[in-house]
Write a new protein. Sequence first.
Length: 367
Amino acid sequence: MMGYKRWPYLMALIRKEILATLKEKSSRAILLGPIIIYTVLFGYIATFNLDRVPYALCDLSHSAASSEFIRAIDQNQIFHRVETLQNTAQIDRTVEKGDALLVVVIEPQFAQKLKEGKAGQVQVIVDGRNSSTAQLAVGYLGTIAQAMNVKLSGVEPAITTRVLYNANSITQWFIMPGLIVMLSMMQVIVLSALSVAKEREQETFEQLLVTPYTTGELLLSKMIVPMVVGLFQCSLIFMVDVWWFEIPLAGSILAIFTVVILFMLAVVGLGLTISAYSRTMQQALLLGFVCLMPMILLSGLFSPVANMPDVLQWLTYLDPLRFALAAVRRIYLTGVSFWDVAPSLWPLVLMASILLPSAYHFFKKRL
């Protein structure tokens, strides 16, 4: 246990680490600039929300019923008709040019079948080069067709859908809370991975050897600065989520940052292990980025872990981002307490318990 008389020495060491991190303008810009840029890019570009769907129409029915159906599509704010085709021979050219994401073809017997109590056929031709967005657009068209069917037949649909926690299915509500932990993780790993390797290359590491500091104190000082930077960046992203993108916070801020701190301990342990093991900054950076990409892909930020192959699902247990991401999303969007997500955080505690002693071991070995 560190005696209280050692605290002034530790604070001086922490001050030295802060000055070393923030002494250059370029370093300060790197800590703030990328976070703002990435947050804006993810918030506005990494989205599956459909604001404008260009479509072409081929109405072979030319009836009052088909006109009513077309009117329902055109009055929807999402769909924008870019071309009206006279026959089906024009479809391939329209799709090939990329002018329309999909083509709506109404069959000649559309009105007649509706009069006979049958279902009128509407064919939707999709541009497979942009299949994910096109399929979402087809889903919107299906909703319009279902509403038309109810209006014409008076029969309510057998299946109704109710979306919880994100009624309008806004992509930002799914992605942005996850960025609170994901984006800050990148800087924390890089800073902690470079901490010891940078000292070696700048030839200041030998000076640490003659100071009266213990290995634990040196390691603690190199833990605190990346964690403080990470918490600052988490707070910045959190404020952007709440006040810029206006994603309603259902849970507790304290619960979110408790999860973040546990996550930071595991991530800093990984970064310091890399740093203490590496001989050069180049080697530390390479190992850091080699770890980052699999952690992001396996975290479930963009695709559910349950959809991954079984082998990859097992690998996700080595990824602290997976568990922090799921916990922050639950707290932020559904309003659960920290104690509700605590049982799922045992991998974070286990990783921190393994990685921090590993960093201490490699650090002491290098000393």
